[in-house]
Design a binder for this molecule. Structure first.
Ligand code: 9MR
Length: 574
């Protein structure tokens, strides 16, 4: 299988910020430096230089050169970069290339909502659909959901929330990190030189728009209400714990409108990881909603404290890898990081000594919690560390300085990785073992680099983020953007039961701003497994609806795109 990768000059197909770094990658057999030319839309050469041969790139096995045209800063559209007889896709140089990325990435969440009809007048008629899983046939509903056999003897109303990805499952742990990132994207604007108004009411297209509450908080609350419903009620066994997940009894095929899903829905066992996710995110929500919805803030804080206490009483209820029939397993047998994150959020919100004592007792208090592959739903210690560094809190000055220094040190490590990558991405897991959702790992590394910029104001971190997204928008081995409708060649066929245009032309493609999971050397789905066998890491991706291991959408991936999109949007001319 030989994918069509287009022109060998690889650029950010969306464009470059006028003041920002402007780098490209040339795929060529040549070993000596080659001339390059930047042309404007009239074809006039406006800058020129010589490429830097960089040898064989380990993430793609291609021989590549680097091109740096950062010194050219004039805004315009229709630029092309020419080298070795090849002409790149045309791109803009503009301060506004990322001005819609945050809202596009966030709008995805409304379309993923369960339990509410999606209003086509808000997001386009092609995305309109009936409410899913509210007990209207053939749905069996999420309003009165019993447990799996032997797990419990009650049922819960767990309506609402977001469908996690391309399936109709709802999982507390990836819901937790996704909600955290939406809340964090908002919270960041209070501690950085960001434009708070850009995060206010009337910034998204939601049913709640105009209610006086920032839209991103409205969207986060849709999931928060669901997460709270997943908590075991008082008086029941494991009261205060959270059920790990709720999904269909058996896997369904695709496409399948949520409202047409006939499968029985089941609550799965409680888990310590889910419970601590709930504790962390509810504690975070409590401080952010305090000024907007005091009653909800109080409810969230009470739930957070109850969950945390329940997790301490049941510290080793692990979600099992074997529990993956009809939904993802989201297994996790190490919850040290979840304990650290929850203690951090509860301490930031309450200042109470008990949570500080738990942070001090955690083996992660001073550990490096940032790894090369990026944090994610299974490893969440970084979330606590980032918030302890950026959100005002009562840590003693020395502790605060140490957490800030740890974030800056991690960002420095990612910048060093980036400097060694000819495609400019600060993502290099051991042996270039790109995993399921690699694009989210890359973006989460960019969140760390961006946070170092917020903490220090040093230009190198801002530039690291700006260059880092070039890879996502087409400066890569496949010449393929990973964000729908951001670039010339973009994902149109992500795996989803809702967006099945490849299977049924009446269905829409995923909405603008949908991130694809990305290259994954393990290619676990049968389609990619056969098609891409033996692929070099960056080539382990295909824009086909059948490839759930390389080409799915997911809330915990779009959440980091929204966070980074907010950062880039704030930069403007950055
Ligand atoms: O994002 C998850 C990834 O980290 C795991 O390796 C993978 C296999 O367990 O599962 C991914 O999550 C999927 C979930 O299991 C089911 N719904 C779709 C999710 C995104 O692909």
């Amino acid at each position: 299988y030989e994918p069509d990768t287009g022109p060998r000059v690889r650029v950010n197909q969306v464009g470059y910020l006028p003041a920002g770094p402007k780098r490209a990658t040339l795929v060529t057999e040549a070993t000596e430096a080659l001339p390059w030319q930047l042309k404007n839309s009239a074809g006039t050469v406006v800058a020129s230089g010589t490429s830097a041969p960089a040898g064989v790139d380990a993430s793609s096995n291609q021989n590549v050169h680097r091109i740096d045209f950062s010194s050219y800063k004039k805004a315009g559209s229709g630029y092309t970069l020419v080298a070795d007889g090849e002409t790149s896709f045309a791109f803009d140089i503009s301060a506004s290339i990322y001005s819609d990325l945050r809202s596009d990435a966030l709008q995805f969440f409304y379309i993923q909502r369960s339990g509410i009809a999606i209003d086509g007048s808000l997001v386009g008629e092609k995305y309109a659909r009936a409410a899913g899983h509210i007990g209207v046939a053939p749905n069996q509903g999420d309003i009165d959901v019993p447990c799996q056999a032997g797990v419990c003897d009650y049922s819960l109303d767990v309506r609402g929330g977001w469908y996690d990805a391309g399936d109709h499952g709802k999982y507390v742990v990836n819901g937790g990190i996704a909600t955290y990132q939406l809340l964090s994207e908002f919270e960041r604007s209070k501690t950085a030189a960001a434009v708070a108004a850009a995060r206010g009411d009337n910034t998204l297209r939601l049913p709640e728009t105009g209610n006086g509450i920032p839209d991103v908080l409205d969207e986060a609350k849709w999931e928060l209400d669901f997460l709270l419903r997943m908590q075991v009620p008082a008086g029941k066994p494991f009261a205060g714990m959270a059920h790990h997940k709720i999904h269909d009894a058996a896997w369904t095929g695709l496409p399948l409108d949520p409202a047409d899903d006939p499968q029985p829905r089941e609550l799965h066992a409680v888990s310590t990881a889910a419970t601590l996710n709930l504790a962390a995110v509810a504690a975070q929500a409590a401080r952010l909603f305090a000024n907007y919805d005091p009653a909800f803030s109080a409810k969230a804080l009470a739930a957070a404290k109850t969950a945390y206490a329940a997790a301490k009483a049941n510290p080793a209820k692990y979600a099992l890898v074997s529990d993956g029939n009809g939904g993802g397993a989201y297994d996790d047998s190490n919850v040290t990081d979840e304990f650290y994150w929850a203690a951090a959020e509860l301490f930031i919100t309450t200042g109470q000594a008990t949570y500080k004592a738990d942070i001090d007792a955690s083996p992660l208090k001073t550990a490096n919690v940032f790894d090369a592959g990026g944090f994610g739903w299974q490893g969440v210690a970084a979330l606590g560390r980032l918030d302890l560094a950026t959100v005002p809190n009562l840590l003693p000055a020395a502790d605060r300085a140490a957490v800030k220094a740890s974030v800056v040190a991690a960002a420095d490590a990612y910048l060093a990785t980036q400097a060694g990558e000819s495609y400019g991405m600060p993502y290099a897991p051991a042996d270039y073992h790109y995993v399921w959702g690699s694009n989210s790992g890359l973006l989460n590394n960019l969140v760390v680099v961006a946070t170092a910029y917020d903490l220090t104001g040093a230009a190198k971190y801002r530039e690291g983020v700006v260059e880092g997204v070039d890879y996502l928008f087409g400066r890569n081995a496949l010449n393929h953007s990973y964000v729908t409708n951001y670039g010339d060649v973009t994902p149109q066929n992500q795996h989803s039961r809702m967006f099945g245009n490849q299977l049924n032309t009446e269905l829409p493609n995923p909405p603008t701003g949908s991130l694809a999971g990305g290259p994954n050397v393990d290619i676990q789905d049968p389609y990619a497994g056969k098609l891409l066998k033996g692929c070099a890491p960056q080539f382990c991706y295909v824009d086909d609806i059948q490839s759930y291991a390389t080409n799915e959408v997911a809330i915990n991936w779009n959440s980091t795109l929204a966070w980074v999109g907010g950062f880039l949007g704030d930069l403007g001319d950055g």
